[in-house]
Design a protein around this ligand. Structure first.
Ligand code: AMP
Ligand code: ZN
Length: 322
């Protein structure tokens, strides 16, 4: 796989990346100053302007057009999922540090008074909260697997779903590309190994074509998920050795450390076994997904074509807005 970037000689790309000296405003500061992102006081938690959202909306339509011939079944979940389903998914084994859980106050009036006294005194009031049966969605496909399994066996042609969700990952950062709440568009394929690998192959090609049509430099690389701890390093090595995850990278924050804007994941029978998801012939289903980081692609466009959408190259504007 190619992992070198071919930036056009006259793109000025070298100058568009941050100066580590801090002498010039960071990309994040420029996004705030331009009003494209709105500060909340929390790193990785931002508001988005109408202009920013107009790009996200256009990307969604572009992705829909690219996948239209496949007639995926559209499903939308809120950005939260069942805690029992989350526990069963195995997410806590791999990524305990990224998970976000929803807690609520379940006390009586006396405990309410204690809670308010804690808030007033600026003491920790969260001890008065209890875990609910809801957790935040870590990836758009997580709520799908139990819902699909509950329908019974897949049809002979397998399953194909079109998802989009805000996702939560506890990874605060000053890099605008690493948010704590961000949107992921996904297509998920379920079926035989051949069916799901053919799906992943087709999206590697379509995804690359899409990013090229947006005049962005890209490289496809084998990748791994950020599994937690020492056992996690083995899982990550295994994932790489078996080519289970590819990422489409675009330089956004720096040329040296490009940003994964799309991911192409083959889960083998992991979710099939976990959820007892079966093919038409009764054998365990394999699954694969392609994920589009909607904010990351938007940020890549802003980085390479500038913060003024009206000044973007005509070809890019036509791809996005016709
Ligand atoms: P993953 O499940 O980690 O492969 O993520 C799928 C896609 O979501 C990635 O290719 C990114 O484009 C996007 N993504 C992942 N983490 C973040 C984040 N912290 N902030 C913004 N986008 C993200
Ligand atoms: Zn997925």
């Amino acid at each position: 796989m190619d992992s070198t970037f071919s930036l056009p000689a006259d793109s000025g790309a070298a100058e568009i990346f941050d100066d580590a000296s801090g002498a010039v405003p960071s990309f994040l500061d420029r996004l705030f100053d331009q009003g494209l992102l709105v500060r909340t006081g929390i790193d990785g938690l931002y508001g988005r302007s109408g202009a920013f959202e107009s790009v996200v909306d256009a990307l969604e339509r572009l992705i829909s057009r690219l996948g239209a011939t496949d007639s995926a079944e559209v499903m939308r979940f809120p950005p939260a999922m069942s805690r029992p389903a989350f526990e069963r998914s195995g997410y806590l084994k791999g990524f305990p540090n990224l998970a976000g859980t929803v807690h609520s106050f379940c006390g009586n009036e006396a405990e309410h008074a204690e809670l308010l006294a804690c808030v007033e005194a600026r003491n920790d009031w969260t001890g008065h909260q209890q875990a609910t049966d809801i957790v935040l969605t870590p990836a758009a496909c997580y709520p799908l697997y139990p819902a699909a399994a509950a329908r019974g066996r897949l049809p002979a042609e397998g399953g194909l779903f079109d998802l989009q969700s805000y996702c939560f990952r506890r990874e605060p950062s000053l890099e605008p590309t690493r948010m704590q709440l961000f949107r992921m568009r996904e297509f998920v394929r379920m079926g035989s190994p051949e069916q799901v690998l053919a799906f992943r192959e087709s999206w590697l090609a379509r995804g690359s074509e899409m990013i090229r049509s947006l005049a962005l430099p890209l490289a496809i690389d084998v990748a791994n998920d950020p599994f937690f701890g020492r056992a996690g390093r083995m899982l990550a090595n295994n994932q790489r050795q078996q080519n289970l995850k590819f990422e489409l990278n675009v330089p956004v924050n720096s040329v040296e450390k490009p940003t994964a804007c799309l991911s192409f994941n083959y889960h083998q029978d992991h979710f099939g076994t976990t959820w007892d998801l079966r093919q038409a012939d009764g054998s365990v289903a394999h699954t694969a997904c392609v994920g589009f980081g909607l904010e990351r692609i938007t940020l890549a466009l802003l980085r390479h074509h500038g913060l003024d959408l009206a000044a973007w190259p005509d070809s890019v504007r036509t791809t996005l807005w016709g």
